[in-house]
Design a protein around this ligand. Structure first.
Ligand SMILES: [Zn+2]
Length: 55
């Protein structure tokens, strides 16, 4: 195994880690938005059910 091979392998591993991290962050952000919408809808339903002025 040459030094160049090691460098290529570790840099492709770095890209794999970065890609996984990016994917993970995207999933967290998407899940956060979906959760916020679900929570908002639930709170909205409760407001209307209790007759609390909403809109
Ligand atoms: Zn409302």
């Amino acid at each position: 195994m040459t030094t160049q091979t090691v460098a290529v392998q570790s840099s492709s591993r770095l890209y794999a880690v970065l890609g996984a991290a990016l994917l993970g962050i995207t999933m967290i952000v998407l899940a956060g938005h979906v959760q916020a919408a679900a929570l908002h809808d639930a709170a909205h339903d409760v407001r209307h059910a209790t007759g609390f002025p909403c809109h």
